[in-house]
Design a protein around this ligand. Sequence first.
Ligand code: ADP
Ligand code: MG
Length: 422
Amino acid sequence: MPKQSPLLEAQKIEKNFIIKENEILHVLKNINITIYPNEIVAFIGPSGCGKSTLIRILTGLIPATKGLIFYYQKPWEGLLPKTSFVFQTFALFPWMTVEENIEAVLKAEHDSVKEMKEKTKTAISLVGLKGFEEAYPKEISGGMKQRVGIARALVTNPEILFMDEPFSELDSFTAEVLREEVLSIWSKKETNLKSILLASHDLHEVTLMADRIFVMGTHPGEILAIIENPLPKPRDDHSEEFINFKEHLHDTYGKLKPASFKNPTQEKTIGPLLPATIDQIIGLLDFLRKHKGSADIFKIGAEKHEHFDKLILILQAAELLNFVEISHRTVSLTEKGKEFLKKDGKEIFKKQLMTIPLFIKVIDLLKQAPHHSLHRNDLIRFLTNTLPFQDVNTQYLILIRWGHFGNLFDYHHTARKISLKP
Ligand code: ADP
Ligand code: MG
């Protein structure tokens, strides 16, 4: 890529959120980035690492706690001009038609009605929404909704397009079609679009779309590496280069982030449970057994057709239960994992649950409670206080399901009570 003068720069960006009276959450630390015209850059990292926060700071939607933003090499504060945003959740007005949703952003620009209609028409045809102008959001599929989201972003003719996990709510086929369309719009240069900044957690997506990839770590979010993607566009995802690059990225990601695989039991603090079902965990262990007890993470994903992001959670869950060990890229069954697969699975599962700090604490609470039983609301309150940044209902569900499978808890549906099994 010929280096031109930068379009957008961030220097030493930090972001803290004040979450309770005296508690500060350090979300971003020392973020330095430079974005050039005519490139697609991606921010990749685990959920919660601060991708959305960073994107919001770069667009000027929210201020940074510290640091500077430069736009065309001049210090900049507030919303960036000539910039649009595509959200993960589409964010359409349900009471407006497709056309009205797109026009809505132009109304702020004081165009004449004629100009507005023309621009809207162009945007509608760019994203293949012709014929759907009069439809309401509830009448169209997720893929079509996101087309509206993209049209709405393009209708103002932006130079920079920010996309925050824009395809992650879509089925994989629709997502792939829309990725190709965004790439085609960007490469045809029929618009003023210069650069795209994409938040993603999908290695396939960034291999397909990005010219440069900023790999982010978590707690606090920081840039761990910048990886250039040299593959010429358009990219063929079946080609050897494509697969090799994705593997290289996967490799680097894994190497950079050993902490994400760290077993929370080794720390004294109470960590969250990982959203994996018992079936998924057993599926993983079974797969490893069939492969003589160990396999490459990348192969597991490919052969089990598991999305990388989901696979990581299943691996972490199995690691938390001490059923597998992960070293760099190799996942191996532990003795406990083998025992669990043999027989008496539930007994082993129970033993392993009793090594997980969150379970230890909940068992403790139950032991102290009258009749060794607690109402759902009490547990929800406990989880909210203990894991303020987790989705409490998800944590609760995993707790109940794992605990039930391991014969640790009884759950009374009508009374919504959890009790310790004798
Ligand atoms: P990502 O997009 O990578 O999943 P986010 O930027 O959404 O990450 O969030 C990063 C961290 O900042 C998370 O721990 C999240 O809970 C926290 N966070 C985000 N927005 C706020 C906010 N307005 N107030 C407090 N905490 C926030
Ligand atoms: Mg996000």
